[in-house]
Every structure is written in C-alpha cells, then in structure tokens.
Design a protein around this ligand. Structure first.
Ligand code: GDP
Ligand code: IMO
Ligand code: MG
Length: 435
C-alpha cells in the first residue's frame, strides 16, 4: 500500500483498516518523517515509526531493513503504546537487524544542510532522514546488528565520527558529539532494542511460504520518491512499490497486488513544484485546508492544497504498477460548487500527459482542467456507493476511469469505520466499481 501523491494521503487509516484481513504489517522505508494517523471510535493515534497495524493485538508488525530508525523516537512510541494497553510483548513488533540507525549527528546535519541551502531548502522534516540514508549509501551507516553489540558499535563510531566531525565543525560550524558521548546516550537504548531484533526478511519469507497475508505499509508518497518523485524536492528513500521488496527482503514475485492511496484532491508539505496548487487566500484552497484539517501529523506545518492531479495519479499507476486505488477524504469536497481535475499539463504551448523530469519545468506546467459538479449532501454516513450523493459518485467513477484503476475503498471520514469497502486489497484485476 503506497502513497500515490506527495504523502499524507491517509495511508495510516487504510493500513489500520486492512490489518483485520492481514497476518502481518511491514514498514519498509522512511523513518519518523512519516506521521500516520489512525482514528478508532473517535480516539486518535499518530504513529511515526511503528507500523499502523499495531492496534490489532494478534497481528505481527515488522520494521524492515529499508527503514531508518531513531531509537529515541522508537522507544518514545513503544512506551506510549504500552501505556495505552497496546504492544504487550516484543513478539508483536519485530525489527530488522539490517535497518539503519539515525543518530543525533544526522539530525544536526539535516538542520545544517537545510540552513545552508537558504531559499533552496527542501523543507525537510528535520528528522535526520536524508543524512542517515546518505551514510547508508556511502557505506558509513550503522545497522541495528552493530548497534546492539557494544564492541562493534564503538568500532564503527571510531571509524565514522572523525569524518562527521570535520564536516560539521569545519564546514557547517556546528558541534558534533564525540564517540563517548554517543555511546553514553545510545547504549541504554541499544540494550532495550535486543528483544525486538531478528532477521525479519527470513521470517517474512517463511510467513509468505506458509500462505500468510502480508500488508506492506509505504511511507511518504510516489512524488517524494528518490527516483520517481520531484527530485531534488523528495525524501531520500524508495517510496514506490519496488521499495517494499528492497526494504523488506522479499522478492517481487511474492507481491500479489499494489494499492495506491490518493486523496480526492492534492496536498504537499515542504518545498517543490505542485502544478494544481491553489494560491494562499483562494477560497477553495481555504476550504480544503480547513475542512480537511490539512496540518502535518509530524511537524504541524500547514499543508499546501490544490485540485486533484491525474497526471500525478497516472504517473503513480505506472511507476508502482497499481492494481487498485483507495480514495480518501471525499467528504472534504462537500460544499464546493464545482470540482476540478487536472487531466493534462500545458508546457510551452504543448499538451503533455506525464510529469517532466526537471522541477523547473514541472513548476512551469499549466494544468488542463476538467470540471465536475460539486455536492452539498453529507457523505460521512455512507457505507455503500449508492448512499453517496450522485455527484460524489460520478467523481469517484471519473477517478477510476481517468486513472484506469479500480477503487477498492472510498474513505469518507477519518475514523476506521467511515469507509466504503469495494474490493479485496489482496486480489488484483477487478473492473472499475460503479454506483
Ligand atoms: P498518512 O501519512 O498517509 O497516514 O496520512 P496522515 O495521517 O498524515 O494525514 C491524513 C489525515 O487525514 C489524518 O488526519 C487522518 O485522520 C485524516 N483522514 C484520513 N482519511 C480521511 C477521510 O476520508 N476524511 C477525512 N475528513 N479525514 C481523513
Ligand atoms: P507520510 O508517511 C508528507 C516531505 C517533507 C519534505 C521532503 C523531505 O506521513 O505521508 P525528509 O525529512 O523526508 O528528508 O523531507 O519530504 N515529507 C513528507 N511529506 N508526508 C510524509 O510522510 C513526509 N515525509 C517527508 O515535508 O518536503
Ligand atoms: Mg502523514
């Protein structure tokens, strides 16, 4: 299950919803830059690192090798969950021995790099995600297996930290913690981590061989993917479906279906091109922002809002190989007179139907809109397509037709139960659902 836009599509809600039908839930990339919101009978829970299946006692949650883990955040989240009566045993949360660790110095570097970029800053979440992935790729990262072994941890830090020191203190003029300081801060957390650690890839392979259903939970969204997104205004991991394989140690032949979660409109947090963005002060933009409560679940930043972009959604269909979509926040469109959907872009007088590679060119694209009729009736009580207002139904049908992919769920409110179930996420190849 992947985000089909720029993140915050409602993946947390949808993963929690489908955990019932799964045996395990796996986070495979990203870190605590994610903020996944679950609402169960009015009770709200935001998760950053722990998979969104964790409220289901009998299901196993996995943090795969592709994730970057900030141990301070991880244990904060574990303690919160325990205090609320969840996560009673480490058997319920298994963490890959190959995942990478985010240290203080990654966060310090994230902030220093953003500051040095000035106006060109990416607007990261400041959680040290980019620097941790950069270390992983440069082969100077520290993995969980070494983190939990005091001798290996010190050895790795002795080798790595002098380089970091040079960079942080000489180039950026900020302080870098020394080896002993890092060991002192992180050693207690490393010990606490031991009961959760295993070769999660091997466990998942066994589960798959014995016919278990595994739900892979993407973080961020396709347009924030390091390769397929609006580079350089992206995150530093593979947010697309392929990332589920590399980030969990499961081969692509084990994946049966790929679901893209998309809002009925579009939002984005941080910098970067956004062709259908509505300018600040635009009444429709204000409606989406306030009715949709569009503030980041991680940083609290105001999300930029705009119309649905089919060029983006079709790009997502292609790069993820989507077999189904989940449409969220349909209820937020209620009260708008007309609904616009970008069906193509115009760039230098030419019509194009795929996002150009350069962020400068994407920023110059003019959306070509198709207009649909709005609706005023309440939608949040609807549990079948027929119970939706006629114009809302027509919009859902248009989203399926324009994307070429059937909807398997339509979400009409934040609560787990505010959902119209249309198909099985584990099966592919359904025909577009009609009201
Ligand atoms: P994620 O990062 O993809 O998990 O999404 P976030 O949790 O960051 O943001 C989605 C927000 O929309 C959360 O506040 C959800 O509670 C809320 N939400 C999810 N689905 C719906 C929906 O269908 N309608 C409304 N009104 N809110 C929703
Ligand atoms: P979920 O999983 C929305 C954005 C940041 C920034 C860019 C890079 O909740 O959908 P990073 O800290 O990753 O280096 O920031 O990516 N970003 C997100 N936007 N939802 C998220 O996660 C995001 N995670 C990162 O705002 O533009
Ligand atoms: Mg989010």
């Amino acid at each position: 299950m992947v985000g089909a836009q720029w993140g915050d599509e409602g993946k947390g809600k949808v993963v929690d919803y489908y955990t019932r039908a799964s045996d395990a839930v796996v986070r495979y990339q990203g870190g605590n830059n994610a903020g996944h919101t679950l609402v169960v009978r009015g009770q709200k829970k935001v998760l950053h690192l722990i998979p969104s299946g964790i409220l289901h006692r009998r299901k196993t949650c996995f943090i795969g090798n592709g994730v970057v883990i900030d141990p301070v955040v991880l244990f904060g989240e574990i303690e919160d969950l325990k205090a609320e009566g969840h996560l009673k045993t480490p058997r319920q949360l298994r963490i890959s021995d190959r995942a990478h660790i985010i240290f203080d110095y990654h966060r310090i570097l994230d902030a220093a790099q953003e500051k040095s970029h000035g106006k060109g800053a990416i607007g990261t979440t400041g959680r040290g995600i980019g620097p941790a992935y950069a270390d992983k790729t440069a082969r100077i990262g520290i993995r969980v297996a070494e983190f939990i072994d005091p001798v290996k941890l010190r050895e790795r830090l002795d080798a790595i930290l002098p380089v970091r020191h040079e960079m942080l203190e000489k180039i950026y003029g900020t302080r870098c913690p020394g080896v002993s300081e890092v060991v002192r801060e992180y050693q207690p957390l490393a010990e606490k981590l031991i009961p959760y650690v295993e070769d999660t890839g091997a466990t998942l392979s066994k589960m798959i061989s014995s016919g278990k259903r595994i739900l892979f939970e993407g973080a961020q969204g396709t347009m924030l993917d390091i390769d397929q997104g609006t580079y350089p205004y992206v995150t530093s991991s593979s947010t697309v479906a392929g990332g589920a394989c590399t980030g969990s140690g499961v081969g692509p032949t084990a994946i049966d279906s790929v679901i893209g979660v998309t809002k009925a409109y579009t939002t984005r947090v941080g910098a970067g091109p956004f062709p259908t963005e509505l300018p600040e002060g635009d009444p429709v933009g204000e409606h989406l922002s306030s009715t949709g409560a569009e503030f980041g679940a991680t940083t609290g930043r105001r999300r930029r809002c705009g119309w649905l972009d089919m060029v983006v959604l079709r790009h997502s269909v292609r790069v993820n190989g989507l077999t189904g979509i989940v449409i969220t926040k349909l209820d937020v469109l209620r009260g708008l007179k007309e609904l616009k959907v970008a069906v193509a872009y115009k760039l230098d007088g030419k019509k194009i139907d795929a996002p150009p590679a350069s962020p400068i060119d994407l920023g110059r694209c003019e959306p070509v809109y198709r207009t649909f009729k709005g609706f005023d009736e309440e939608t949040r009580h609807a549990r079948t397509l027929r119970q939706l207002p006629k114009n809302a139904r027509a919009y859902v049908e248009a989203m399926q037709e324009l994307s070429g992919v059937p909807a398997i769920l339509v979400s009409v409110g934040p609560d787990r139960d505010e959902s119209i179930l249309l198909g099985d996420p584990f099966c592919c190849g359904r025909k577009p659902a009609r009201g």
